[in-house]
Design a protein around this ligand. Structure first.
Ligand code: MN
Length: 402
């Protein structure tokens, strides 16, 4: 399954996470040109529209290509792999390579429906302990189904989009009534997102084993969250304005085909899930390690491979009632947190609800985000032959409320 890493005539940095075994897709433009599909290789972007001449890669989004399905995805990936491996193609390919520093990366696909899950046991237990100290950390349904909610797809934006501090209602502990104003508890959620390529029919569930027939690839997600707005609004219908002001995604979508060496079994599930959620023989845990940086300083390394529910189980659950999929649907894992403090994927966990401020290298400390803060999430996974597969980064700077 893991295979060996393809070779290339390109002179790549030895430690690149965009080697020929990765080949993630994005959409880019250069000054005065229309957005088109590109593939990241080393420090370059390969202009796929230019090098293939296929108009599907000149549409300005990955939508039409993603809708074509796994046979087309495999064909294009095989073609690019061969072109980059065989020096005979160098003359034809090289004119279509652009230095990555010269291009603007765009939102790579039109986001259809957006669902956010809650599938990290450590995250769910941490939040449970903070918000419901007198009850079991996990709600009774948590080990039986992947909990999720429908989010706002129109505010999913590409990395680099400024994070305007949202205003809203919040009620401080002890206050009898809410007040209105800028969120005082702006936070991140380090997550991994899955992008649907092939739609499904209304009424036809997508079983666990059909995951790779529908899902095109993987991108990093930051689900910016206003904890004070969220705490006041979320009972009984769940997240709303505390989440919908912005969700950022990385510009690169790593195809599932690049992740063969990264696949792992999820941790043991207890109790045994209901039949439609069983994933024996279809392990879609992924050994992705995220890195969260605040103003450049590494503050956490959340381990995605420990997630209790895999994306294949999330997809099966999301459609088991007959809900259909559209090209561009995005579903995110939920905040990824590990057991250790330096593996927590949100500041509410890193600072334990603000009670244990996080000490930073510059001598300051943080509970929640301040105006001007820059948060960058990156991620890597094992590739073939000891190589690393990179997911790029999703970054955003907090700007003051209006
Ligand atoms: Mn989330």
């Amino acid at each position: 399954m893991t295979g060996s890493a393809p070779s290339t005539w390109l002179d790549l940095p030895a430690d690149t996470v965009f080697g020929p075994a990765n080949l993630p897709y994005g959409v880019f433009s250069t000054p005065g040109t229309a957005p088109r599909t590109g593939v990241a290789i080393g420090d370059f972007v390969l202009d796929l529209a230019g090098v293939t001449g296929d108009p599907v890669h000149a549409t300005g989004t990955l939508d039409a290509f993603m809708a074509q399905g796994p046979a087309s995805w495999r064909e294009v990936r095989d073609l690019v792999t061969r072109w980059l491996a065989d020096p005979a193609h160098r003359g034809a390919v090289e004119p279509h390579l652009r230095p990555r520093t010269d291009v603007t990366l765009r939102l790579p696909f039109s986001v259809g429906d957006y669902v956010d899950f809650y599938s990290s046991q450590h995250h769910a237990e941490n939040l449970g302990r903070m918000f419901r100290p007198d009850s079991e950390p996990l709600t009774p349904n948590w080990r039986h189904l992947p909990i999720g909610y429908h989010g706002r797809s129109g505010t999913v934006r590409v990395s680099g989009t400024p994070v305007r501090r949202p205003c809203g209602q919040r009620r401080a502990p002890g206050d009898p009534v809410p007040s209105f104003g800028p969120s005082q508890r702006l936070d991140i959620e380090a997550e991994v997102g899955f992008v649907v390529g092939v739609p499904s029919e209304l009424g036809a569930p997508v079983p666990v084993h059909a995951f790779a027939d529908h899902v095109f690839g993987v991108c990093l997600v930051n689900d910016w969250s206003a904890r004070d707005l969220q705490a006041w609004e979320y009972v009984p219908l769940g997240p709303f304005l505390g989440k919908s002001f912005l969700t950022s995604i990385a510009p690169w979508v790593v195809p599932l085909a690049a992740l063969g060496a990264a696949r792992v079994a999820a941790p043991p599930r207890d109790p045994e899930p209901l039949p439609y959620l069983r994933d024996d023989g279809h392990p879609w845990g992924l050994d992705i390690t995220l890195e969260v940086r605040l103003n450049g300083e590494l503050v956490s390394r959340p381990p995605f491979g420990q997630l209790y529910w895999t994306p294949a189980q999330q997809l099966a659950h999301m459609t088991v009632n007959g809900a259909s999929l559209r090209t561009g649907d995005l579903f995110a894992s939920g905040t990824v947190s590990g057991a250790r403090r330096d593996q927590r994927g949100s500041f509410i966990e890193l600072s334990w609800n603000g009670q244990e401020p996080l000490a930073l290298a510059d001598g300051t400390s943080r509970t929640f985000l301040e105006d001007g803060d820059v948060v960058t999430i990156s991620g890597t996974a094992p590739g073939p032959d000891g190589t690393r597969i990179g997911f790029g980064e999703v970054s955003g700077q907090v700007v003051p409320a209006v």
